[in-house]
Write a protein that binds this ligand. Structure first.
Ligand SMILES: [Zn+2]
Length: 493
């Protein structure tokens, strides 16, 4: 089966996992001719201009994700061969690692909105702080991004952003789950990824129509998997109470045939996620269209996604940094910072999420960066808004949970946080590219040894709902570069 992603067609049989190649892009896009510039130095020395006679920046002795060392030249918005660089500003990067700019497929930028908890400017500044050069903006704004006009409005706001902003279109009008949004018209405005995130598309028939609509142009539907009958609007607490318990045994106690039915409206049972994932996998099978499972939180969902990949269906999935690191016990404390949707889960779930991310069952890490005002979090737990920020600590958390224990190396992190999200979002001609001459100069310089205690009040994001506040975590990002421009630096005042 062949499907189209960006400008290149990938065949399923080429891929490590059915439906999605995990190889880095092997063919550079046509990036146009590099300009030929005659520098004063060359004129004086009577040196014949080379392909790229002058570069703006030379990064010396940097380590690439595969462990090799190199010098990176940057001229304008492109990487160039270091030997072609003359009169460059030089950065000594010995001991530092260069990664392709990170790509987040799940960001809530909160604009447009009359009273935004984040702006495109502050959100993309937070993205740059975290090493991201591209973010996909979720559609649950005010107004909802369910029309070409709102998509255009977001893109206008993004013209001065410090990272590329790619709009996600709503699946249904107003995220109400009743009427299909104008998917074809939004696609004509440049949208390829559609999601009602924050809400599930409960109506299976409507979900099927949406999948058929995006299949026309090789698009993708992202689902916030939360069965509303099983986990309603006030659902917020996980249904396993302690990570110290034997969770399989606890699951039997909670859900076995003799278990009493928990009627509490505040419980967000794990089955509410799995039943939607299972349904959508079957709809992907039926339609041949691409389903992306947002923020997977349970071992049961992973089982279903693994089954879908074995059957070579076009099903992909993401995990958030907070579900990789944080335990459901935190929600017992009543601190609404830890209220998130789906809720934090058990130790066993975290272990399974890490394993699934390592083996490729889960394709990418996506932040679900969800800033809220302090007022929206200063409510009783069931009424407080769900969500937590994530852009600035995402890489740190992945280093802590995946790199440090040896579950994943830098190349794996690049796959899950840059190459694959760029390919899924169909921006792989300009983001998620290897760091080789001719490619866009989108990269992040990392000090893999730096650590720091997280201080939520020192955040770049407007959101203070930071679940990592007070934790000692890696603090790797030294500088972020997008199209050859520095968008973040620890040196900046
Ligand atoms: Zn969601």
């Amino acid at each position: 089966m062949t499907f189209r992603m960006g400008t290149a067609a990938f065949r399923d049989e080429d891929c490590d996992h059915p439906g999605l190649g995990l190889r880095p892009p092997d063919r550079a896009p046509d990036l146009g001719k590099m300009p030929t510039v005659h520098t004063q130095a060359q004129k004086t020395l009577n040196v014949q201009p080379k392909r790229v006679p002058m570069a703006d920046l030379l990064i010396r002795d940097v380590t690439l994700p595969d462990g090799s060392h190199t010098d990176l030249g940057i001229h304008d918005d492109r990487l160039v061969d270091a030997s072609d660089v003359i009169h460059a500003r030089i950065i000594d990067a010995s001991g530092l690692v260069a990664l392709p700019g990170l790509v987040d497929l799940h960001t809530h930028l909160r604009e447009p909105s009359p009273h935004p908890a984040e702006t495109v400017a502050s959100g993309t500044a937070a993205a740059a702080r975290g090493g991201f050069t591209a973010v996909f903006a979720m559609a649950n704004t005010d107004p909802t991004a369910d029309s070409p006009a709102t998509i255009a409005r977001l893109l206008r706001l993004a013209t001065t952003a410090t990272a590329e902003v790619i709009p996600i279109g709503a699946i249904t009008v107003g995220l109400a789950g009743a009427q299909l949004a104008p998917i074809a018209a939004m696609h004509a405005a440049g949208v390829t990824y559609f999601s009602d995130d924050g809400h599930v598309v409960m109506d299976a028939s409507l979900m099927r129509q949406a999948l058929l609509a995006v299949r026309e142009f090789g698009g993708m539907i992202g689902q916030h998997s939360q069965d509303h009958q099983l986990a309603g609007p006030t659902a917020c607490l996980p249904d396993r109470r302690s990570s110290n318990q034997d969770s399989r045994k606890q699951a039997r106690l909670d859900h076995g045939p003799t278990a009493p039915t928990d009627t509490s409206a505040t419980v967000w049972p794990r089955v509410a996620e799995a039943v939607i994932v299972a349904r959508d996998v079957q709809l992907a099978r039926d339609t041949g269209a691409r389903v992306h499972v947002c923020h997977v939180s349970t071992a049961e969902s992973i089982d279903i996604i693994r089954w879908a990949k074995r059957h070579r269906l076009l099903v992909t999935a993401e995990v958030t940094p907070h579900h990789l690191l944080l335990d459901q016990g935190l929600t017992d404390l009543g601190d609404t910072t830890f209220k998130v949707n789906p809720p934090l889960r058990s130790e066993e779930d975290r272990f399974e999420l890490r394993r699934a991310l390592a083996d490729g069952t889960i394709d990418i890490v996506a932040t679900d960066h969800a800033p809220h005002t302090s007022a929206d979090k200063a409510l009783p737990f069931p009424q407080a808004k769900p969500g937590m920020v994530g852009l600035e600590q995402a890489l740190a958390v992945v280093m802590e949970t995946m790199l440090a224990p040896g579950l994943m190396d830098w190349s794996g992190i690049v796959e899950r946080m840059s190459y694959t999200p760029a390919r899924l979002g169909q921006i792989a001609t300009r983001q998620g590219r290897p760091l080789t001459p001719g490619e866009p100069a989108n990269f992040v310089l990392i000090d893999p040894t730096a650590r720091r205690r997280v201080d939520k009040d020192a955040a770049t994001s407007m959101g203070r709902n930071n679940p990592y506040d007070g934790l000692n975590l890696p603090d790797p990002v030294i500088s972020t570069w997008w199209r050859g421009h520095q968008t973040f630096s620890t040196q900046a005042g």
